[in-house]
Design a protein around this ligand. Structure first.
Ligand code: SF4
Length: 927
């Protein structure tokens, strides 16, 4: 047989043709220069290393039935065959000799480092018995699932709804809930979907090309846009790789971004660049006039005048004073934004929104530019995410639960956009509740969250957390404190559906266990995915089905029926049946596409890995609404109702869908904020950050620490098991501006102590011009640690001691760096690096934003030369002080209930939404 040529294109765009994937022949690169042929079955799957869900193609060796490598899947509509370094590095994670291969049960005390191998049956029986008992005793709020990396559309919601619990917790409040709230208040959709490829001007408020949200698919499209002539501006105090590719770098003082954006809005209005007709048609300005100027004529001209008055202080000179960015640059960029009318693409996700008090107002201010330039949902503009994201439907939906868990949505933050997840240990310590069964799923709060010592405290305390099962593909600083460590698959070892808003289309992709698939195609059968995976690595889908059956073996709890097959009534659902039903019934256009290739919808997804449902999705808010009989005429606000529910809004004489807001318009004025005690922020605005220069203690020499930026080669926890990635990136020095270094007498490589509100860490300095003066930065993807041998990947984690002192202070000290070790992988003996970086998050107190509930990551710090007793990697924390800071921020909150006794506005969504009546259920007494 001859070796096939790759499909045409440059060498960087060549892929095996899809019709050859079942039996692909190529030379074994490791045998070079000998020409040794290798046969592979190529099976598509999806990357699991960030949220972007890029396509991967697994090369399953037909001889060994092991995965040899992962490359890009050219059929994936978002990634189009391309990946970042973390995609192909999946092969490291699968073959890592340090990974967890079997379920483990703690032996001895929690955190003691002793483990025994157990069977999946033992795991399922013990956990199911515990959950069943809690349910029978009415303790439903004591069962909680806490997810770090999601990536399984709607599947966990379905499981938890079937269980009837308010038990979904997420990582979102240390990630993106601030930006989400800002977007949701405008349009009811909590994420943007910029159409970079068709934009005329792109403004990014964090490093999206390099490492941001939807990193690789967005990066490709930003470059597409640039190649078509778009200009790119990046607002970031740090010269990220993205900023280095931009036409404009605006190194703002952290937290000043909204001031700059509002100044740009003023320039756009001043210079006649705004689309006022759009503003008049599509914003709820009438509501603003009715509430704020009830005695004035309700005309658009009067609104415009009031708006101009409201924003008059935001001049370019003011923005320059706040941000440090020259006013001429602000004006120049504003003109380009205005000139891009209809094709202005923008994005803020983490970056400033996640760093600062009031960061959600940055998203509000950015979206104001999108609205002023009439770029909402247009080609080259910025759409709501839901237009570009697929969500599956199921053959039956469990009913909404009738619980409200105040450990997740406490009364103090009635508008918090997601669960107050990072405060869970503080709530447990305060006695607000306890957990009987706690699942962490690919989640490492001890290391990832602020105040990790509070997490260690509660996870070590069996009176607060009865049983903790860590569902994880890798060891983590959190799994150390679990009772069960349950190995779950990486990409290529599990089933999931995923879809993301990466472009102006809608697609669905299929993650699958590639070796199981390759072997099934050869005629083998498996009951469970772990039978085909390394060791007994499993997947959540099958785990939850099995667990649910054991919680409710006789069906009396009403749970089991939700995990019965839609094809074989009364029989246990299989994972194939779950996806088969969705692909046959709930993906528009897929059955037809499959038929054209003489495949079933399931086989189509299994062989292609992804499907483009629709392309070029724009302006869905203008979609006409078919009026049912009995639909009323539009009211004064233009709302049209049928059977008491709003079904559309009248705009220019036509009834159209609008947006899922109370007004069905874009809400420039948030009546919700006004009614829930935040009237001063009801328009897009500027909140002075907790790290604003006026909040810094100049005498102490306080600076601002940015601890949030990503290295493009790493992810939070799982990249610790990827040797390629750790070889590339294994240190996270402190970026410091040349001027600041001179002032402090520092040079690159010097050991510095970085003192926060509750402690300090010791790191090396990196002196650079690539950071704004007065600001320091440290990547959060390094500083992995382990307490005991066998509890962490030695490619990336250093061994530490945790010295807890009676006065509540704690010193973590590195006692063993990265070094070669003997394993089945000969590369482990060739490790040449010794550094694993420094863990900084332990030294951060919690900073819950009083509105969004987001942790405000940026820190006021003092940077000084290290002291004689300091060693590289030292982390010192005062845990008493950390609780004090928690209480200081708690005092900023404005508790509910809100109007009508509501716990939360009905129209604002929340994860695992309860039955509507729970929103108005009276709050139980405090304490
Ligand atoms: S951007 Fe990289 S890590 Fe993220 S899904 Fe794509 S290949 Fe994987």
């Amino acid at each position: 047989m001859t070796i096939e040529r790759l499909t045409p294109g440059s060498s960087l765009q060549a892929y095996p043709p899809a019709e050859k994937w079942d039996d692909w022949l190529e030379y074994d690169v490791k045998q070079w220069p000998r020409r040794v042929e290798k046969r592979y079955s190529l099976v598509p799957t999806i990357c699991f290393n960030c949220e972007a869900a890029c396509g991967l193609l697994a090369f399953v060796d037909q001889e060994t039935l092991r995965v040899r490598k992962f490359e890009g899947n050219p059929l994936h509509p978002a990634s189009r065959g391309r990946n970042c370094a973390k995609g192909p590095a999946t092969i490291n994670q699968i073959n890592d000799p340090e990974r967890i291969l079997y379920p483990l049960r703690r032996v001895g005390k929690r955190g003691g480092g002793e483990w025994a191998r157990v069977t999946w049956d033992q795991v399922l029986d013990e956990i199911a018995g515990r959950i069943r008992k809690a349910f029978l005793e009415g303790r439903r709020n004591e069962v909680m699932y806490h997810v770090g990396r999601p990536g399984h559309e709607r599947s966990m919601d379905r499981v938890l709804r079937a269980w009837g619990i308010d038990g979904h917790n997420s990582h979102t409040n240390v990630c993106s809930s601030s930006a989400r709230l800002g977007y949701a208040l405008w349009s009811g959709y909590d994420r943007p979907s910029p159409d970079h490829a068709n934009a005329r001007f792109i403004l990014l408020l964090s490093s999206h090309l390099e490492a941001g949200h939807y990193f690789n698919p967005h990066a490709q499209r930003i470059i597409d846009g640039k190649l078509r002539g778009a200009k790119l501006a990046v607002m970031d105090p740090r010269l990220s790789n993205t900023a280095s590719m931009a036409d404009y770098w605006l190194p703002t003082h952290p937290g000043s971004e909204a001031a700059v954006l509002l100044a740009m809005a003023n320039v756009i209005l001043d210079e006649g660049l705004a689309d006022l007709g759009y503003l008049e048609r599509w914003t709820n300005w009438r509501e603003f006039m009715a509430h704020r100027h009830p005695h004035a004529a309700p005309t658009f001209a009067a609104f415009l005048a009031a708006l101009r008055e409201h924003y008059k202080e935001f001049t370019p000179a003011f923005a320059e004073a706040e941000s440090g960015v020259p006013r001429q640059t602000i004006v120049e960029v504003a003109r380009l934004v205005g000139g891009a009318r209809g094709a202005f693409a923008s994005h803020v996700w983490r970056g400033t929104a996640s760093g600062n008090l009031g960061g959600w107002q940055v998203a509000r201010a950015l979206q104001l530019l999108t609205v002023l330039t009439a770029s909402v949902g247009t080609p080259g503009g910025t759409s709501p995410h839901a237009w570009n994201k697929y969500k599956p439907a199921f053959w039956e939906e469990p009913p909404a639960h009738e619980e409200w868990n105040e450990l997740l949505f406490p009364r103090e933050w009635p508008l918090s956009h997601y669960e107050m997840s990072f405060l869970l240990p503080h709530f447990l310590k305060e006695g607000r509740g306890r957990l009987d069964m706690y699942f962490t799923r690919v989640y490492n709060p001890v290391w990832t969250n602020p105040d990790g010592l509070a997490w260690i405290d509660v996870l070590s305390d069996e009176s607060l957390v009865g049983l903790h099962a860590a569902l994880t593909p890798t060891w983590s600083e959190t799994a150390i404190y679990a009772d069960f460590v349950l190995p779950m698959g990486h990409a290529g070892e599990r089933h999931d559906i995923q879809s993301q808003e990466t472009q102006s289309g809608r697609w669905v992709s299929f993650r699958q266990p590639v070796v199981r698939v390759a072997r099934e195609r050869r005629g083998e059968t498996f009951q469970h995915t772990y039978e085909a995976n390394p060791g007994q690595v499993w997947e959540e889908d099958e785990f939850w089905i099995e667990l649910s059956w054991r919680i409710d073996p006789d069906g009396q709890l009403g749970i089991r029926r939700h995990f019965e097959s839609p094809f074989r009534p009364g029989e246990k659902l299989t994972v194939h049946e779950y996806y088969r039903w969705i692909f046959e019934n709930a993906v528009p256009g897929l059955p037809e596409a499959a038929r054209r290739e003489s495949l079933t919808p399931f086989d189509f997804m299994s062989r292609h890995g992804a499907f483009l449902i629709e392309d070029g999705v724009y302006e869905l808010h203008k979609k006409p609404v078919a009026l049912p009989e009995g639909a009323g005429p539009a009211d004064d606000a233009g709302l049209v109702r049928a059977e008491g529910r709003v079904i559309g809004v009248e705009v220019d004489g036509a009834v159209v869908a609008g947006f899922p807001t109370p007004s069905r318009k874009l809400e420039i004025f948030s009546r919700t904020l006004e009614e829930w005690g935040w009237g001063e922020e009801a328009l897009p605005g500027y909140v002075r950050s907790h790290v604003h220069p006026k909040a810094l203690d100049a005498e102490r020499g306080e600076m601002v620490l940015l601890p949030t930026f990503r290295l493009p080669t790493l992810i939070h926890t799982r990249s610790g098991n990827a040797k390629y990635l750790n070889e590339i990136s294994h240190r996270n020095p402190l970026w410091i501006h040349t001027g600041d270094a001179l002032r402090l007498g520092l040079a690159t490589g010097d050991l510095v102590r970085v003192t926060t509100e509750i402690g300090y860490f010791v790191n090396h300095a990196w002196v650079t011009e690539a950071i704004a003066p007065g600001v320091v930065a440290c990547s959060h993807h390094l500083g992995r640690w382990r307490l005991h041998e066998g509890e962490g990947s030695r490619w990336s984690s250093v061994r530490v001691t945790l010295d807890r002192r009676p006065d509540g202070t704690v010193l973590m000290r590195q006692v063993e760096g990265i070094s070669p070790f003997v394993s089945a992988d000969p590369d482990s003996r060739r490790i040449w690096w010794t550094d694993g970086g420094v863990h900084q998050n332990l030294t951060f107190p919690v900073h819950p934003d009083p509105v969004s509930g987001m942790h405000c990551w940026h820190q006021k710090v003092v940077v000084s030369l290290a002291r004689a007793e300091d060693l590289y990697g030292d982390v010192w924390v005062d845990t008493n002080r950390s609780m004090e800071v928690y209480r200081e921020w708690l005092a900023k909150a404005r508790p509910g209930p809100g109007p009508g006794g509501l716990r939360r506005p009905l129209w604002l969504d929340r994860p695992l939404r309860p039955a509507e009546k729970m929103f108005s259920a009276p709050l139980p007494p405090e304490g």
